[in-house]
Design a protein around this ligand. Structure first.
Ligand code: BES
Ligand code: ZN
Ligand code: ZN
Length: 516
């Protein structure tokens, strides 16, 4: 004899199987549900369900809990288990492990473990249903609808535009009615990061400087009442005497673009803007200091700085954040050619400083030098730049966090807090004079584009170089080379270019907008 509850459950399953077979419309079969389950806090305790999972289980007279118990060991964080035919509205229900209910902000890890668990759980559940070609998925808020939405929308993304066989397009929705605004915000944050992932992952023959700028312009066009886009052509760049930027772009057949986007969300047009600057090298071959061919394809993402800052501006505008932001992106290719920079060449940046280019592969700092000079002409409240600047940054921190070099404790505080909220973390790095000395000793010019002891402290000497073009009291440089791509380190991002740290930039802007 089956125990009573078990018997009730099977009865219920039979009923639902019948319901499905009576009306097995394809639409019904396409709906799925993702519900959260916490790990037991004590060894002998059973799993605890989220509010939504609890309510769903009640509607099945405890059937879900029964199924979970008989189907295998306790559901661990980030793991999932799928059940079919338990409910007439949801032919597939995935339970996802949320880890310990006590998880929360962790100072050591510099993030909110609870939110990270929710993102990972939502992603794994949605992905499992996507594999089954389920096209509508309702997702449990799991106590934080924004994190759940981020996990769902980030987890489902895959760049398959150029493949004939594509992943199922999944419409992820909030299960239940509470938390709709948070869910919507999470969708916007994640869509912003997905825009950056799209731009970074797409091949360099698709995302040229011009195509990059047009994509951003197009994404901003529905918001045109509060946004202005300038696609500055080569002649404008010449008029502005951006000699360092031009020296890099001249090696390529693709014309450079200096993209400038203004978002007016602040209380007045005269409120000093947050100026975001992004390195936009749409392909970095290294130039005459040619990179090794193995892995060179990844350098299509060397516009990750531009992609993340521009996507952050798009997202800030979509969120209607109450502050002014300007996004700047010097966009070009770094190619070897008869016109390319040669080791030992000297160029003059916008602020008059001369630079000896001893390595043409250290091109990011050249194009950023001019963009940073220009940023100062916009009466900035703060300048934050992002760049896939150095392999040394990847060596130092890997993909755990973006390195932040800043002259401002205030900016650091805001950036660090933002990273902890989004889980896309930052870590402070030094801006010592020690490094400055290594780039200001140059045989032919004011500066050298590589440090004197070229490999040692490469991320720090690059930052020291950029600092020579900064006089603003609040400036931060984010070296995002280490977080450019994801293998499997971030569980809610598939393998590929990461779009990091778009959400942190958005959260950072939101934080600034709250500060008067
Ligand atoms: N775009 C690269 C840095 C990079 C490397 C980004 C790996 C992402 C992953 C940059 O332009 C570069 O080549 N930097 C050189 C500087 C060196 C020549 C001083 C580097 O890091 O090796
Ligand atoms: Zn390079
Ligand atoms: Zn580069």
């Amino acid at each position: 004899m089956l125990p009573l509850r078990r018997a009730a459950l099977w009865g219920l399953r039979r009923d639902h199987s019948r319901a499905l077979s009576l009306s097995p419309t394809h639409r019904d079969a396409q709906k799925g549900l993702v519900l959260g389950v916490y790990e037991q806090e004590q060894e002998d305790g059973g799993p605890s369900f989220t509010e939504s999972a609890e309510a769903f289980d009640r509607s099945l007279s405890g059937g879900l809990r029964e199924l979970l118990a008989v189907s295998g060991p306790a559901l661990k964080r980030g793991k999932s288990r799928i059940f079919y035919g338990v409910h007439k509205d949801f032919p597939s229900v995935v339970l996802v492990g949320l880890g310990k209910p006590s998880a929360g902000v962790c100072a050591q890890e510099s993030w909110d473990q609870r939110r990270e668990n929710i993102r990972a759980a939502a992603a794994v559940g949605c992905r499992q249903l996507q594999e089954l070609e389920v096209s509508v998925v309702e997702v449990d808020a799991c106590g934080d609808a924004q994190a759940a939405a981020e996990g769902a929308v980030l987890g489902l993304f895959e760049y398959d535009e150029l493949k004939q066989k594509k992943k199922t397009a999944v419409d992820a929705r909030l299960h239940g009615s509470s938390g709709a605004a948070d869910w919507h915000r999470g969708v916007l944050y994640a869509e912003g990061q997905n825009l950056a992932r799209h731009l970074m992952e797409a091949p360099a023959n698709y995302v040229t400087p011009t195509a990059f700028a047009e994509t951003i312009q197009q994404r901003l066009s529905p918001l045109s009442d509060k946004v202005t886009v300038h696609m500055r052509p080569q002649s404008w760049i010449e008029d502005h005497q951006m000699g360092a930027f031009l020296s890099v772009s001249k090696g390529s057949e693709e014309p450079p673009v200096f993209l400038e986007i203004h978002y007016r969300g602040g209380p007045s047009a005269s409120q000093p803007p947050l100026v975001l600057v992004g390195k936009g090298v749409t392909f970095d071959s290294g130039g005459i200091s040619l990179k090794p061919s193995s892995g060179m394809d990844a350098m299509r993402a060397d516009m990750g700085g531009a992609a993340t800052v521009c996507s952050a501006v798009v997202t800030a505008a979509a969120l209607n954040l109450p502050l002014n932001i300007v996004g700047l992106a010097p966009l070009c290719e770094n190619m070897p050619s008869g016109k390319a920079n040669k080791p030992g060449d000297v160029v003059r940046a916008k602020n008059g400083k001369t630079i000896q280019i001893d390595n043409t592969d250290a091109e990011g700092r050249l194009i950023l030098a001019d963009a940073l000079c220009y940023a100062h002409s916009l009466n900035p409240r703060a300048i934050v730049n992002a760049a896939t600047l150095t392999g040394a940054m990847d060596v130092a921190l890997g993909s755990a966090a973006a390195g932040v070099f800043t002259n401002s404790d205030w900016l650091w505080d805001h950036l660090q807090k933002a990273g902890a909220v989004t889980g896309d973390r930052v870590w402070r790095m030094p801006l010592f004079q020690h490094y400055t000395r290594q780039v200001t000793e140059s045989q032919l010019a004011d500066l050298n584009n590589v440090g004197k002891y070229s490999r040692s402290g490469g991320a720090c000497t690059a930052a020291a170089f950029l600092r020579e073009f900064v006089s603003a009291p609040h400036w931060a440089h984010l070296d995002i080379a280490g977080v450019m791509s994801n293998k499997d380190e971030v569980p809610y991002l598939r393998k590929g270019m990461s779009g990091r740290p778009t959400r942190t930039l958005v959260e950072f802007a939101a934080g600034l907008s709250r500060e008067v």
